[in-house]
Design a protein around this ligand. Structure first.
Ligand SMILES: O=C(O)[C@H](O)[C@@H](O)[C@H](O)[C@H](O)COP(=O)(O)O
Length: 262
């Protein structure tokens, strides 16, 4: 049985209003464990997708990679809905070939786009890459790849109907990594996609830009563990590019739904 949703506004987050004056509230949903978080969140996301399809005939869903979403993907792919009306893309993608163990696209196709969700339309950021590893690419080559991705994604029915974000322990989200080359542009760009080359994680990445993330009709941030809870609590205190997740929490057009498991 889910505990009631407790709207958590900055004043309740142990922060003073002055440090979060521009903050928009976020909704905190406590979960008993990660299994319940995945099960209940999958039901809610499926309802959101059905509502978007009912309202607009289609739904645009962006999901994150990493390890945390695997249980959610296993629950979500079993949900019965008009998946052929859903376009799935990534919040961010590592610049590695399809099939590479670090490819988010491969992860999503293998873990989410199965069973009922196999009927969904998959929208990759890129289909071909330069042969050498992205660590050797010039900024001009990264610009070219981002331009190509923006052309690929231009015709999608923006804004996102549903965005599922993750968060690293350095407060990155999507591939908006603190202090990374490319971050400043990714935070401001009017484009849908920008490149970021984090020093603290492998591969250059393409990421949805912050304005694109903020404009989503619904944003979910499932988190688990004490370390990520501490990072989240700190991010509640103020919006800062040093903690990109805080920019989403404080500036999203709709309150971010934060689902917290122990
Ligand atoms: O490409 C990625 O890695 C993700 O999009 C990234 O933003 C992820 O959500 C966080 O790094 C958390 O990853 P975990 O779920 O593995 O902790």
């Amino acid at each position: 049985m889910m505990q009631p949703v407790t709207p958590l506004v900055p004043s309740q987050a142990g922060v003073t209003a002055g440090t979060a004056a521009d903050a928009s509230p976020w909704l905190l949903r406590p979960c008993q464990d990660t299994a319940q978080q995945a099960r209940e969140l999958a039901l809610e996301l499926a309802d959101r997708l059905r509502a978007a399809i009912d309202a607009r005939g289609q739904a645009l869903l962006a999901v994150s990679g990493g390890k945390s979403p695997l249980a959610l993907f296993a629950e979500l792919r079993r949900q019965e809905l008009a998946w052929d009306r859903v376009t799935v893309l990534l919040a961010d993608e590592r610049c590695v070939p399809d099939g590479h163990p670090d490819s988010n696209g491969t992860l999503v196709r293998e873990q989410l786009l199965q069973e009922c969700a196999a009927a969904a339309r998959w929208q990759p950021f890129f289909t071909t890459l330069p042969s050498q590893p992205s660590s050797d690419w010039s900024e001009a080559e990264l610009d070219c790849l981002a331009d190509s991705a923006n052309q690929q994604l231009a015709a999608l029915p923006w804004p996102l109907d549903l965005l599922v974000l993750g968060m690293g322990e350095d407060a990155h989200t999507a591939s908006l990594f603190p202090a990374a080359p490319g971050l400043a542009r990714a935070l401001e760009s009017e484009q849908r996609v920008a490149w970021v080359r984090p020093a603290t994680a492998p591969h250059a990445r393409l990421t949805l830009t912050l304005p694109t993330l903020l404009a989503a009709r619904a944003i979910y941030l499932p988190l688990s563990g004490e370390r990520k809870r501490a990072v989240f609590d700190q991010a509640c205190r103020a919006a800062s590019a040093e903690a990109p997740i805080s920019l989403v929490l404080h500036r999203a057009l709709q309150p971010v739904q934060v689902w917290l498991a122990p």
